[in-house]
Design a protein around this ligand. Sequence first.
Ligand code: ZN
Ligand code: ZN
Length: 349
Amino acid sequence: MVEIVANMHIHTPYSDGELYHRDIADAASAAGLDVIIVTDHNVWVCGPAGYHGGVLVLIGEEVHDCQRDPQRSHLLIYNVAEELSPFADNPQELINHARRRGGLTFLAHPVEYRSPLHPDLEAIVWDDWRVKHFTGIELWNYMSEFKARLWSAPAAVFAAFFPSWVIRGPFKAALRKWDELLIAGERVVAIGNADAHGATYRLGPLRRVLFPYRHLFQCVNTHLLIDRPLTRDVKTDQDLVYSALRAGHCFVGYDRAGSTRAFRFTARSGAALAIMGDEIARRGATRLEVVCPDAGDIRLLRNGVVVAQNNGHTLEHLTVDPGVYRVEVYRTFRLLKRGWIFSNPIYVR
Ligand SMILES: [Zn+2]
Ligand SMILES: [Zn+2]
């Protein structure tokens, strides 16, 4: 397995972002990313996919129903080379259409909180949880979390200038919702993204590009474990990226609090070995192993409940219990314990 780092929720001037693909790729390269997926609102932009320098640029789309007020249910769609926004008014139909075309679908920022500071800062949540057959959820969206921290004008000014002092981790309600789906037997892949716009914000007399793309690409990313190294052939590499993503061979890392590269979560039972996203059949006991690139507060959860915990670089746990196992790692950064790594589950059957 080869680890690559991706950010998969990005806007350009084709919707409401500031920079075009090539400049965003430069920012991604400077931040050390391997892959970016550009997801403009309700427009699939044909053309700019490919390698720009060392960065693989892929094109997805963030689709929502423009007629809805307030806004609800944004859906990230990958691996479909056509416009799907005409299906936006029915999320299940939209998911089905994308799926029939080989696409992957993720509920974007499904849990959000509004900021009272501006009418544009409403919560854009996912509202119909009866939908089926989506690939996963965007567990941690950096800009969503930032919006939730803008609860007063002074708090907003502080957050704008010192974001790393306010960013804490995925919303608890998002983690709970994810666990609910997993416990109900669904396979749900979690990803983490920037939702990068590079926009200039005004806060009273202050005017500032709050979050340049490069900064955002050093924060919440999705680390993918692909089957073999990228080849620089766009079609081959795109398939490597999307098959890892579809399988949930990935974890969410807040790289600003320390690089999360080289985090691993595996399970062994008899001769079988599983990585994040995999299912493993029990042959007697199952050994779950976590390795972190640096020390942290490692928590192993089974069906949403912590069953083992260790402060350090590693955690090992032997179990005979089936269940959905996943890992959260917290780390002290800017004086507080903050979310650092959120693994995809291993399904022990
Ligand atoms: Zn959105
Ligand atoms: Zn977005």
